[in-house]
Write a protein that binds this ligand. Structure first.
Ligand SMILES: [Zn+2]
Ligand SMILES: [Zn+2]
Length: 327
């Protein structure tokens, strides 16, 4: 099968012909139809995440068709369409797993990081971590739901019942979260790189009532802020924009260092927290809600052998919506 392979950090992906993977007992073999490109992939390529298996097939926003099953796999039939997210396997027995926090499992393994992912024609995945995809979505359109959507949804959940919601960094996750938040009746204030008028227009087109520079204060104090851009200086900016008792949630897996800031912008019971990974419950909830809420995704399609170009466009910040690879 054709695949794009990472052999070392800070090197371009290499086109390779790999043997087709064989499904283990609880795995399904999947013909990849689409795989979205996540900011996390860029962190892996850039060596900002410490623990990838190498060589590695990236990609954890996979939509594909089951073409074979392991001996003990029974959840999906050959021919079924499934989605595969970042959470690839958990132990089921550690304290976190037993407390319903499998996203924090001590032994968790992640798709496109410790398990080969979807930048390929074929992949295998544990059926217990695969999901049916609503038929209202096409393959390319559905792919960004699998991480930008799922982890964005978990991030939004950490904002509680906040009505005035700030969103910092208006990329793939934000463009989905904004639609869910509007569906829930929240008001959206979008913050972009200073002067990025195109991103601000994009945010308004998705329901933001205000869009401006991340260095500018919002017109009203925020009840909560979600940070999707991997930029540590946004943390004090978001705290300063958030009301007493409000919450700032960091939605990414990696961020540049957070600069020192005065305690007074955290004081008055503001909460600062992060989100890590996802649970299968998040996925079931979000994949059920998205079609009901009318969530659409904006995508830019690339052929599999254009994976390096897709990563480059993501790095440059030029994309509006999500990059999706098709084999
Ligand atoms: Zn565990
Ligand atoms: Zn991701």
């Amino acid at each position: 099968m054709r695949a794009q392979v990472l052999t070392a950090a800070r090197r371009p992906l290499i086109a390779a012909e790999l043997p087709a993977p064989r499904p283990e007992p609880r795995q399904v073999l999947i013909a990849v139809r689409a795989c979205a490109v996540c900011r996390t992939d860029l962190h892996v390529v850039d060596g900002e995440l410490a623990d990838p298996k190498l060589p590695l097939v990236l990609g954890h926003e996979i939509i594909g068709t089951v073409v074979d099953r392991g001996d003990a796999a029974e959840r999906f039939a050959v021919g079924d369409r499934v989605g595969v997210p970042w959470l690839g396997w958990t132990c089921g027995i550690c304290d976190y797993c037993r407390r319903g926090q499998e996203n924090l499992c001590d032994r968790a393994r992640f798709t496109g990081y410790q398990i080969n992912g979807g930048y390929a024609e074929l992949t295998v995945a544990d059926e217990r971590y695969c999901f049916a995809i609503d038929r209202r979505y096409g393959d390319v359109e559905a792919a960004p739901l699998m991480c930008a959507g799922l982890i964005g949804y978990r991030t939004l959940g950490m904002a509680g019942d906040a009505r005035r919601l700030g969103i910092y960094g208006f990329g793939a996750a934000a463009h989905i979260v904004a639609q869910v938040a509007r569906h829930q009746g929240r008001r959206i204030f979008a913050f972009t790189r200073p002067g990025d008028a195109a991103a601000q227009d994009f945010a308004r087109s998705l329901g933001a009532e205000w869009a401006g520079d991340s260095t500018a204060p919002p017109p009203e104090p925020l009840d909560a802020a979600l940070i999707f851009a991997p930029v540590g200086s946004l943390v004090p900016a978001a705290l300063a924009a958030t009301r007493k008792g409000g919450t700032v949630v960091c939605g990414g897996i990696h961020m540049s260092d957070i600069p020192a800031f005065p305690y007074r912008i955290l004081w008055e019971e503001r909460v600062l927290r992060s989100v890590a990974n996802l649970t299968r419950r998040d996925a079931e909830e979000f994949l059920g809600l998205a079609p009901e809420a009318g969530v659409r995704t904006e995508t830019v399609t690339y052929q599999l052998d254009q994976a390096n170009a897709a990563l480059g466009d993501l790095r440059s910040g030029a994309l509006q919506g999500a990059a999706v690879l098709v084999p």
